[in-house]
Design a protein around this ligand. Structure first.
Ligand code: FAD
Length: 424
């Protein structure tokens, strides 16, 4: 029994779960991480932001991650419906902040994070599926899981749910609220033999091309491989053979087609639903929801991994402070919920601006809203600056009543990466 009692248990070994587990372990706590499958496993979510890389660095993982030949990403190329184009150059982010990012194969990237987490002293079990969450007197106290064909129980003072869209705890407590505004889905392929000299834009850039019925991504994974995806409303993707819809949507963005010349298919077409959901409760007695387990929104501006890493690390800092006797449980819950909601809602508002029916042109809304603004605010927003209280652009997004995601809450405008005031 003693062996099955930990300070904290993490459900899921994706980026959010690893950020939480690593941080808790480094604060000296005993951590059990349960992951349903064996890594490496395929996962979508390949394009990172400068803030993602900064978080990876602050978690002490950058050397291990950069040992793989991932694609260097200096910016994002946006193409609008009318063929209008804008490049967001991370170099314009402003002093003191990271000016580049990477694009990765998630199977490898996630395995690196999980291996580093185990190496730091976290007990990591793969092929361990959490099947039940135990609640005692209203408090989450443990989990039941299957491992090596047997059922096990483990208890802890805090359970962190980082199970992604599976959402073990939110589903048990009925916390998840479906957002029917954007019922989007994606189909995507990987291509090899990429020749970047065919790219009409800047080497390494992520390309996003919007058209009347959705958008298409081009995300280089290495110097010779690229991920291409088509995102559209579910009803459109179901209107024909997915392969035909993919080809037809790709043909609408000539700059991505041009970059693909000579490339060959590495991974056949796969599909994924992007339906949005959120939870108004992100933590409670004995538990916290991290990353996609708490909320998920459209991936057009690649915010998912940044949000998972940031909420994982923040959850661990608060739980460790609680176990150190520095915070009350009520403080953990109120600070965590405010932190989670501030970050996710800022990202959600950016997405709503992109899909706004008044001006459905990628990037144009943001440009029009802020035509006279220093370009660094645009660059920062699409780099992951979701907690800022200083950005006039983010403040504009926050004024739109219709773009709220959560029930009214108090913002926590405290950048977790760059303390406000410390940099320009
Ligand atoms: C089409 C699409 C494109 C995207 N593109 C991007 C992008 O370019 N950039 C970006 O940053 N994000 C992108 N995202 C979002 C990104 O994939 C997620 O936000 C990110 O992976 C969330 O990390 P996480 O750690 O919260 O969850 P996950 O990475 O999903 O990890 C959850 C883990 O929990 C495990 N698990 C589930 N149930 C259980 C259980 N019962 N017991 C034990 N383990 C369990 C799973 O096996 C999994 O390994 C995209 C998403 C979609 C759908």
């Amino acid at each position: 029994m003693a062996e099955n009692t930990y300070d904290t248990i993490v459900i899921g070994g994706g980026p959010g779960g690893c950020a939480y587990a690593l941080t808790m372990r480094r604060r000296g706590y005993r951590v059990l991480l349960l992951e349903k499958v064996t890594f490496p496993r395929f996962h979508i979510g390949e394009s990172f932001l400068p803030y993602t890389v900064e978080l990876i660095d602050q978690l002490g993982l950058l050397d291990a991650v950069m040992a793989k030949p991932y694609a260097y990403k200096p910016g994002v190329e946006l193409t609008g419906i009318a063929g209008n184009m804008r490049r967001i150059d991370f170099g314009q982010i402003g002093d003191g902040r990271r000016t580049w990012s990477i694009q990765v194969e998630r199977a490898e990237f996630d395995k690196t994070l999980l291996d580093e987490t185990a190496a730091a002293g976290v007990t990591v079990l793969q092929e361990a599926t959490v099947t039940e969450v135990e609640v005692t007197d209203g408090r989450v106290t443990g989990v039941t899981y299957t491992y090596e064909d047997e059922t096990h129980h483990a208890t802890a003072q805090y359970i962190a749910d980082a199970s992604g869209r599976a959402g073990v705890i939110p589903k048990k407590f009925g916390l998840r609220i479906a957002d029917d505004k954007l019922r989007m889905a994606a189909v995507f392929k990987h291509y090899g033999d990429l020749d970047e000299s065919m790219n009409p834009g800047v080497e390494g850039d992520t390309q996003l091309g919007i058209h009347q019925d959705g958008w298409v991504w081009g995300i280089p994974l290495r110097s010779d491989a690229i991920s291409i995806g088509a995102v559209a409303r579910m009803s459109i993707l179901q209107s024909g053979r997915p392969e035909d819809v993919f080809d037809e949507h790709l043909a609408r963005i000539p700059r991505i087609g041009q970059r693909l010349r000579g490339a060959t298919v590495l991974r056949e077409l796969k599909g994924e639903r992007n339906f949005e959901y959120h939870s108004d409760t992100l933590s409670g007695p004995g538990y916290l929801l991290i990353g996609d387990a708490g909320s998920f929104t459209d991936p057009v501006f690649s915010g998912g991994v940044t949000l998972a890493l940031a909420t994982g690390r923040k959850a661990a800092e608060l739980v460790a402070d609680r176990l150190d006797g520095e915070l009350s449980e009520a403080e953990v819950t109120s600070v965590y919920d405010a932190f989670f909601k501030t970050g996710y809602e800022t990202y959600y508002r950016l997405i709503r601006a992109v899909y706004d029916e008044r001006q459905p042109v990628m990037g144009q809304v943001i440009l029009d809203m802020a035509a006279d603004m220093d370009p660094k605010w645009h660059v920062r927003l699409v780099s992951g600056d979701f907690w800022t209280g200083q950005s006039p652009l983010v403040n504009l997004l926050r004024e739109e009543q219709d773009w709220a995601l959560f029930s009214p809450f108090e913002l926590l405008t405290e950048c977790p990466l760059y303390p406000e005031g410390a940099v320009a």
